[in-house]
Write a protein that binds this ligand. Structure first.
Ligand SMILES: O=P(O)(O)OC[C@H]1O[C@H](O)[C@H](O)[C@@H](O)[C@@H]1O
Length: 806
């Protein structure tokens, strides 16, 4: 008895110490993405992936894995069956069969094994083990007859851990078996099946493998502190990474950069260090995003660091999803249990940049007004990232089930810590209903002659579109396109403009081929649903016109603005269409640098109600972010108002043309040169500033290029002094202002993740009624020529054409 107790105690102690960490489902998924689905994947990476994913899915130990004979595997339509011998010397083959399901899609273990056997040409080698060594030669890789040693397979697990940004010391062959078993326990696989699958004789043996999530450990209705999982603090040593300066809207880099061990953690810890401590200790934080690839891992990492830094509660949108405007709405409006309000948010998005294992990820911090952090804070975060030596996190945090709305509570190192999964749509839909007249919008959508299409470009707007357009406003579900949010946005560029929203552009009759039936109204959103593009039948509304038209019609069409606008604002490169509306309506007007945060200060001070940017951003003071769905509802409201009682449909095109008649037209276009070498882009900008030094010489060049173009009256770099806090933002774009009011603006994008993007904005005002209907391309051709000559665009960049024209 004594001996037995001693033995158990020793085992328990040793086990606790050496026990390796379980792999998570998301880890295995990511290994599929990197070792099988990414370009460059080869036979060797497929072999490593097969070994690891089989240990996970079959709960295999190393010894089990090595007994799987490829020729004995039975492939069925719903699963595969692997035979595990009890031992090599077992004459009666009293082994057991392990069944592994097909899960469909690209990340299916069964499909992987089938492909491995096929491409590895196992049949030509004769019977033998499934997991083999691979030899590489100049003619390629091939599966050889020998099987890898324990040491080799163990090193594959460590390599996987490193790739996933985990500590390799904590992962080994048992991490697969433990991970699979933990996952099964947490999704309530019945005990009998579970034990059989893993070949465990006793409950005890099985339980030793499983890390239950707290909802399983503490199934009590009311939180019972003694039943809560305990999170233990730990400090992790790290080193600074170069270049963690947040851009116009947060830190954006390739996913592979964010996957580097400690990369994200450094930024998050630096944010906590830069924040006033009352916004951290015991505070409630929102952590969510557009659902792009790496979001789920990021949520786990941030939650651990938040708990260790003393955050009290985090709100995560269902499935990790919250659009950027919805985050702003949650911060400003959501009141949780006990009157909790959020003090800020980590928004996980790279906005309109593509997503996926080899594309972009991003993170930005929004403060308690619901808007992006101001420069003083982002500068402090950046400073922190330059010197960081360690960060805090916790052990014991389980992988969250993001699909289940509810609260999980923990004993955190600094006090109680709770993770709450909230509805992604509830707060936002409520806010929209308080702003617009949904009854009037419903009537518009019910008109037989009004047809509508909404394209979420596979971004997070897809989570909101059914709730708003279909459930609330009665739109036909078929009018929603690409409204299922995807981690990689379906491999497309989730940017609503004439180039990237190509399916919508085609459907609206603006493509090369014109369809037979075209909807009256079309709109699209970007990845995180803060941008919008508005289209009429065969008609594009420039974002600069869009904000001007919304401002001109807001008071009459939108209940939220019924007592008038407090003021309006636009970013500097946006056309002056809004200025014309402000002048006529005698509204306060502001021209701010690019970046939504500049509007926030004006709105907080009650100086601005409606604002917009040429970069497909439009919004109002209902939140502190631009808002893609809000802009669509604003346009529908204008249409509903104008069509109230009208027998013949007043269309988008009617409204815009009428606006031009009243205010004149600001012809406008933007040329983007993406992926330019940074050095070349900087030289071009320096050259432009030099040109401004000698206006006489500059005007000679202008006239020589096209004598019809007016003379440049002034050239400068835009500088902004915030009227609220007096802060000054310099070098915000190089401007050339012409005598007839035309403008050329050059600036470097602040949102790219690699190289530089040069943006060239071209604008010309026209009030002559006979010249309002030209094609913008024709109207602006002379100014475009001047812009290219003045900037020596081709000489500096080697580019004949821009990447995108809008
Ligand atoms: O710096 P750029 O690439 O031109 O992007 C500019 C845009 O970036 C983000 O989308 C910001 O939220 C916008 O406010 C800004 O207009």
């Amino acid at each position: 008895m004594v001996a037995m107790t001693r033995q158990i105690a020793r085992r328990t102690l040793v086990q606790g110490k050496n026990q390796k960490k379980p792999l998570l489902a998301s880890h295995v998924f990511r290994l599929f993405d990197t070792w099988l689905l990414a370009p460059g994947a080869d036979l060797f990476s497929a072999m490593k992936l097969a070994a690891i994913s089989l240990c996970y899915a079959g709960f295999f130990r190393f010894s089990d894995l090595m007994t799987v004979q490829w020729q004995e595997i039975r492939f069925e339509s719903s699963h595969m069956e692997c035979f595990l011998e009890k031992s090599k010397t077992d004459q009666y083959r009293e082994g057991r069969w392990v069944l592994i399901s097909r899960v469909g899609g690209d990340r299916c273990v069964v499909q992987l094994v089938e492909r491995l056997i096929h491409f590895g040409c196992y049949a030509s080698e004769g019977p033998g083990g499934l997991i083999r060594n691979i030899v590489s030669s100049p003619v390629g890789q091939r599966v050889c007859s020998s099987c890898p040693s324990y040491h080799t397979v163990n090193s594959w697990f460590k390599e996987a851990a490193l790739l996933l940004g985990l500590d390799p010391d904590q992962y080994a062959t048992h991490s697969g078996r433990r991970g699979g078993a933990t996952r099964a326990a947490n999704v309530d696989v019945p005990d009998r099946l579970f034990k059989e699958h893993g070949g465990w004789r006793s409950e005890r043996a099985k339980d030793g493998y499983v890390r239950l999530s707290p909802s399983h450990q503490a199934p009590l209705k009311s939180p019972n502190i003694s039943a809560m999982a305990t999170l233990t603090a730990k400090t992790v040593s790290t080193q600074p990474f170069q270049g963690q300066k947040p851009g116009t809207s947060g830190l954006r880099k390739k996913v592979t950069e964010f996957q580097k061990p400690h990369y994200l953690a450094n930024f998050v810890q630096s944010t906590f260090d830069a924040l006033p401590q009352d916004k951290v200790k015991g505070a409630t934080l929102v952590v969510s995003g557009d659902g792009r690839y790496f979001s789920k891992d990021a949520i786990q990492i941030i939650a651990g660091i938040a708990a260790a830094n003393g955050v009290g509660h985090i709100w995560i949108g269902e499935k990790g999803l919250l659009s950027t405007p919805a985050v702003s709405a949650v911060i400003r409006n959501r009141v949780g249990a006990g009157g909790k309000k959020a003090s800020g948010a980590f928004i996980l998005t790279a906005s309109h940049n593509p997503g996926g294992p080899h594309e972009d990820f991003g993170i930005k911090y929004n403060t308690d007004n619901g808007g992006p952090a101001l420069e003083s804070l982002t500068d402090a975060i950046f400073e922190g990232t330059k010197t960081i030596k360690e960060y805090k996190t916790v052990d014991g945090l389980p992988e969250f089930d993001l699909t289940k709305i509810g609260v999980t509570e923990f004993k955190g190192p600094e006090g109680p810590f709770a993770v709450e999964i909230i509805s992604a749509t509830e707060d936002y839909v409520k806010l929209m209903k308080s702003i617009f007249d949904f009854g009037a919008l419903k009537e518009l959508l019910a008109r037989k002659d009004f047809t509508f299409v909404y394209d979420a470009l596979n971004g997070v707007a897809g989570a909101y579109a059914p709730a708003i357009f279909v459930d609330e406003l009665g739109a036909d579900p078929a009018s929603l396109k690409r409204c299922v949010p995807k981690e990689d946005f379906g491999g497309e560029h989730p940017d609503p403009n004439l180039t990237y929203a190509k399916h919508l552009v085609h459907d609206m009759g603006l493509g090369a081929e014109v369809p037979d039936t075209i909807p009256e109204f079309g709109a699209a959103a970007d990845g995180d649903a803060d941008r919008n593009m508005i289209l009429g039948k065969k008609f594009f509304v420039t974002p600069s016109d869009s904000v001007a038209i919304i401002a001109a019609n807001a008071e009459a069409s939108i209940p939220y603005f019924k007592s008038g606008l407090k003021g309006v604002a636009r970013s500097m490169p946006t056309s002056a269409a809004l200025d014309a509306v402000a002048t006529k309506a005698k509204l306060k007007f502001f021209e701010v640098p690019t970046g939504w945060k500049f509007f926030g200060n004006l709105m907080d001070a009650g100086m601005c109600s409606v604002c917009g940017e040429e970069s497909f951003g439009t919004g109002s003071d209902h939140i502190r972010e631009k808002d893609g769905i809000w802009a669509v509802l604003a346009w529908l409201s204008i249409l509903a108002h104008r069509n109230n009682g009208s027998e013949q449909l007043v269309t988008v095109e009617h409204i815009v043309r009428e606006h031009w008649k009243t205010y004149g037209r600001h012809y406008y276009t933007r040329y983007d040169y993406e992926g330019v070498e940074s050095d070349a882009a900087n030289k071009l900008m320096a050259h432009l500033i030099e040109q401004q030094g000698d206006l006489a010489a500059l005007n000679k060049l202008v006239k020589a290029t096209n004598s019809a173009v007016a003379e440049v009256e002034k050239g400068d770099e835009f500088e902004y002094k915030d009227p609220v806090d007096g802060s000054v933002a310099k070098h915000q774009g190089v401007r050339f202002l012409f005598k007839d009011g035309s403008r050329l603006v050059f600036r470097l994008s602040g949102t790219g993740s690699a190289g530089a993007t040069i943006r060239l904005y071209i604008e010309q005002y026209q009030s002559d009624e006979s010249k309002l209907g030209l094609d913008a391309k024709d109207a602006l051709a002379p100014l475009v020529d001047v812009a290219l000559a003045v900037s020596k665009m081709k000489d500096f960049t080697g580019r004949e054409e821009p990447t995108v024209i809008t």
